[in-house]
Write a protein that binds this ligand. Structure first.
Ligand code: TYC
Length: 102
């Protein structure tokens, strides 16, 4: 590092560090058994969507197999997944909700 020229190889910051925390996509997965109305209710209740938005996302999941329902910090995403999974389990529906780093 020190070539005798007084350069100790200190790397100077050229750019300010503005590292944002990673975001996580929360996704709903399709299945053959969970009633459509139940999925719409889940989207309204846990993701604050209005009825039209909830119905639209439910239909996307039904047709495409999955859809992103929201993007959150790790903690919030984890909580949403747990709430949906618990609610579905309590109602004995096989609905699956997962999260993935963006
Ligand atoms: N495919 C389900 C049905 O036909 C509806 C459904 C939609 C299930 C979205 C899960 O995440 C889901 N009753």
């Amino acid at each position: 590092e020190d070539g005798g020229d007084g350069d100790f190889g200190v790397v100077l910051e050229t750019r300010p560090k503005t590292k944002r925390p990673p975001l996580y996509k929360v996704m709903l997965l399709n299945d053959d058994y969970t009633p459509m109305e139940f999925v719409v209710h889940v989207l309204e209740r846990f993701f604050g969507l209005n009825h039209a938005q909830a119905f639209e996302i439910m239909l996307t999941v039904h047709k495409k197999g999955l859809a992103v329902v929201g993007v959150f910090s790790f903690e919030v995403a984890e909580t949403k997944v747990a709430q949906v999974m618990d609610f579905a389990r309590r109602h004995q529906h096989p609905l699956q909700c997962t999260m993935e780093k963006e």
